[in-house]
Design a protein around this ligand. Sequence first.
Ligand SMILES: [Zn+2]
Length: 264
Amino acid sequence: MCVAAQTWYCLCSSLIGYAYQESQDMPLLNTSSNGDSSVNRLLATLPKNEYKRLLPKLKTVSLVLGEVLYEPGAAIKYVYFPNDSIISLISELSEASLLEVGMVGNEGMAGLAVFMGVNSSSTRALVQGAGTAMRMSSAAVRTEANRLGNLHHLLHRYSHSLLAQVSQSCACNRFHFVDARLARWLLMTKDRLGAEEFPLTQEFLASMLGVRREGVSKAAGALQAAKLIRYSRGIITVLNRRGLEAKSCECYAIIKAETDAYLN
Ligand SMILES: [Zn+2]
């Protein structure tokens, strides 16, 4: 793990402590794809018989805030289907320059490079929302990709959805104001965690948005003054979702529409 990753790890782990756990528990099949934050929507979209066939290859794991699942250039051993956790895809230009280029929640899978036929990614996969995920070995993903079944089909569609998210985020980071980007990011996080409040430090937010901490502080202060959020002691609480949607740039709606379309 590089120095920057260790710094992230220490920073985030200090919030809640490190306690990586694994469980042999298997999830019950849930065929709904209505955004239930307790299940992975991609897996829930699979036909029952295919899901049952995949179950022995899936393992429920608990992901801890700040945990690094894979590093840029390193072999990806496992892919992750988040249930109620969130994984950020981080681009690192230098040790002092980090930016979130993609967000993976219950709508998708982290480790898409494996499905694409390569062993590593150019981004770091960092847990930015603690919770559970379904883990599958990269070898099993390659086998499934060759079966050309529903999972293969869904991962193809998800690839397009994630590419759309990354493309939109790229334009957003270049052209939109920080407070609108912060509103978008909070909405995307809230959707995937299924929670009204979540722990966040200003340092973390600054790196997610690629701005200085002072910029995040000013933007968060404006949202708080408008009574859209409450930010206290490292905890963000969404008070007014509709107001936050109005404050966000159009990127939130565009990304959400792409996500919903691929699952439906
Ligand atoms: Zn935007």
